[in-house]
Design a protein around this ligand. Structure first.
Ligand SMILES: [Zn+2]
Length: 349
């Protein structure tokens, strides 16, 4: 049985990452190298996690996270901890059919040597009694961020990753994580695979969990390759239409989506009616800080298709590539916008 941990309407959260402090890693950069080493790096990551938590709390977020302060990248940091993945053998592949990146190679059977994020999650749990959410990469997105020289089948490899993710997720749950989220931006690209095995692998990854589970599907970080891609997608972005029907029938509790400033027709949300929806009401591809009223407008639009008790205001994606100042401004706008709509809902009843 799943516990209903949040009592208030419209609980706010981020989709995932937040900027790192300049003393820990080069700001406004993806895959930014660490500036510390050894024990200093371990202590520095924990300090950054505490600061990131404080930013979220000061903004008044209801669901908090580690801001992904202990990882260099949402996929590769997880891969680094697995057997069977060789980071010395790098190949250049096209990620999400969009941009080239130098990635590690799968050279043998994949398995988890030891827990990847469990100690970090325990550390976060010690810092707060609030609902906490932890993000993991999804199986399909992991497969899409490496070169496979062993399984030679995206589906087989995704299935192996799903089993590994399930081990990690169970330990995160035991560490006190309330919501485990799987990031699957690849679901917006490989529609046939999503329906053939993508959602099935996701369900394998959440098997046996009692905590809440989420899948985050977006149009990516606000980097140039993604912005250029978005410019080719036309006036209506209907990618979600492909995965939603099957996701609606899946065991996943929450679906996290990009909505604000995107060209996703909001009526597509009707296809996942019944699920909890993390509605992206903050654009992560722009340095312009939304006004609370702009956030409220997006949430009101979403409320036409999502029941009020299932709407979770959030950001479109992670904010790692933004400056800390802009990210803080956006967190404040998110909670202020949610507060406006919460008041409206209270007076309309
Ligand atoms: Zn995202």
């Amino acid at each position: 049985m799943k516990t209903n941990i949040l009592k208030a309407l419209l609980p706010t959260s981020t989709a995932g990452s937040l900027p790192k402090p300049a003393w820990l890693a080069q700001p406004e950069t993806l895959w930014s190298p660490w500036k510390l080493q050894g024990d200093e790096l371990i202590a520095g990551k924990h300090d950054a996690l505490r600061l990131s938590l404080q930013d979220q709390q000061q903004a008044g977020l209801d669901i908090v996270s580690d801001g992904e302060q202990t990882r260099q990248h949402f996929v590769t940091t997880f891969l680094e901890h697995l057997n069977g993945v060789d980071f010395e053998q790098r190949k250049t592949v096209k990620i999400r059919d969009r941009y080239e990146a130098s990635v590690p190679t799968v050279v043998g059977p994949v398995s988890r040597q030891k827990p990847v994020f469990v100690d970090d999650a325990k550390f976060l749990r010690q810092q707060t009694k609030q609902t906490i959410k932890w993000a993991l990469p999804g199986p399909m997105t992991m497969v899409d961020t490496l070169y496979d020289d062993h399984y030679k089948s995206r589906e087989k490899l995704a299935w192996e990753f799903a089993k590994i993710l399930n081990e990690e997720a169970k330990e995160l749950e035991a560490a006190g994580v309330d919501i485990i989220q799987f990031d699957e931006p690849a679901f917006n690209v490989f529609f046939d695979e999503v329906n053939d095995w993508g959602i099935a692998c996701l369900e394998r990854a959440i098997e046996g969990l009692k905590c809440e589970t989420a899948v985050h599907i977006c149009y990516g970080y606000g980097i140039k390759a993604n912005t250029d891609w978005k410019n080719t997608l036309g006036s209506e972005w209907r990618q979600y239409e492909q995965a939603f029907p099957k996701l609606q029938k899946s065991n996943i509790d929450i679906i996290s989506l990009e909505c604000h400033n995107s060209r996703v027709p909001m009526e597509l949300l009707e296809l996942i009616r019944g699920k909890k929806v993390m509605v992206g009401a903050i654009d992560v591809a722009s340095n312009t800080i939304e006004t609370p009223e702009e956030v409220a407008k997006t949430l009101r639009e979403a409320l036409k298709y999502v029941d009020a008790d299932k709407l979770y205001p959030s950001t479109n994606c992670g904010m790692a590539p933004l400056s800390q100042q802009v990210a803080r401004g956006k967190l404040n706008a998110l909670t202020a916008g949610a507060a406006i709509v919460r008041r409206e809902l209270a007076t309309s009843n």
